[in-house]
Design a binder for this molecule. Structure first.
Ligand code: 13P
Ligand code: SF4
Length: 321
């Protein structure tokens, strides 16, 4: 996160000296552009360390980024994350210009469901409340009653009056919530192409090979992975857990860049790093952030009627916490 520290201080324990020297002119250019445009860079925890520690004004999970987008005084928000995150920023801050460095930065979960699918589910289960994970398009959010993130999914489900809940699109997050509530949860079969590659068998090998290892997992992982985990939480939940528990050895069962970013502030913890990259998050680069700010390009627009209904769903979630 950018602070009063110099670029070298921020990146000192993150990147080799030669890379810091090579990247410094680009980071300086982005810093000048941010001032010129009165822009803020919001970076998801999966951004590469050069973005996360080099140019981000704020970092966080989906929930934190939605809150920060709603609160910022900047005129321009650059979303260093994927498209649904930029749409959420636009929904909660309709008067700001929201830019994304690459319009193709999508998400396999968001692609797994359409508003028409939601309409069919509502027809089949007319009494059910519809909860959507934020990893969906604005149009899907507009068709649902309330959004949730991996950080507040259970609290959102528990906050609703209905006993029957349609939970979409992530089947694994939905199952994880279902295991902790008395409500009936109706699942959609969406999944994250990054997290579904992990297996419980792989984690048991880590336990065997690395005595004392703590396993912490994102709830988008398959059920056998979550059963093997010592802690399950959102990307920011996992970060806080490492900072608080200070384990000697940990494996973060999530996207690769998380361990790189968290390791910087946890020098006494050994990180075992299986690497599943999110190809969409990795479309966001320092060069792309610079170009976005130079040309003010890739503005994310959400049509008013969709934005209004989607805002209701997001605001309901933000009220839950
Ligand atoms: P978080 O809300 O935990 O940051 O997760 C977002 C995401 O896309 C994880 O794959
Ligand atoms: Fe979507 Fe998975 Fe990438 Fe997260 S990690 S943005 S859920 S594809």
């Amino acid at each position: 996160m950018t602070t009063a520290l110099t670029i070298t201080d921020r990146l000192d324990s993150v990147l080799p000296d030669v890379e810091i020297q090579a990247l410094t002119p680009l980071i300086e250019e982005i810093e000048e552009l941010k001032v010129l445009r009165n822009a803020v860079v919001l970076a998801h925890n999966y951004m590469t360390p050069d973005i996360y520690h080099g140019v981000a004004d704020v970092t966080g999970d989906s929930l934190a980024l939605a809150r920060l987008a709603a609160d910022t005084d900047a005129d321009v928000i650059v979303m260093a994350g994927v498209h649904f995150m930029a749409e959420t920023a636009k929904i909660v801050s309709p008067n700001k210009i929201v830019l994304i460095p690459d319009l193709d930065a999508g998400c396999s979960l968001a692609d797994s469901i359409t508003p028409q699918d939601v309409a069919l589910l509502r027809e089949r289960y007319p009494e059910a409340a519809v909860v959507t994970y934020v990893n969906t398009s604005a149009a899907v959010k507009a068709a649902c009653d309330i959004t949730c993130t991996s950080g507040n999914a259970l609290a959102v489900v528990e906050s609703l009056d209905a006993d029957q809940i349609i939970f979409l699109p992530d089947q694994y997050l939905g199952r994880w919530v279902a295991g902790q509530t008395k409500k009936e949860i109706i699942l959609w079969q969406g999944s994250c192409e990054v997290h579904e590659r992990f297996t419980g068998a792989e984690l048991r090998l880590y336990r065997n090979d690395y005595p004392g290892i703590q396993i912490i997992a994102h709830p988008e992982c398959p059920t056998d992975v979550l059963e093997e985990a010592d802690f399950v939480g959102s990307t920011s939940g996992m970060l806080s857990w490492v900072r608080t528990e200070k384990p000697d050895r940990v494996v973060m069962v999530t996207e690769c860049s998380m361990s790189d970013n968290v390791a910087v502030g946890s020098p006494d913890t050994e990180f075992i790093r299986p690497c599943n990259l999110c190809p969409y998050m990795k479309m966001i680069t320092l060069g792309g952030i610079r170009d976005t700010l130079v040309e003010m390009k890739h503005e994310v627009i959400v049509p008013d009627d969709i934005a209004e209904r989607a805002r209701l769903a997001v605001d309901r979630m933000l009220a839950v916490g």
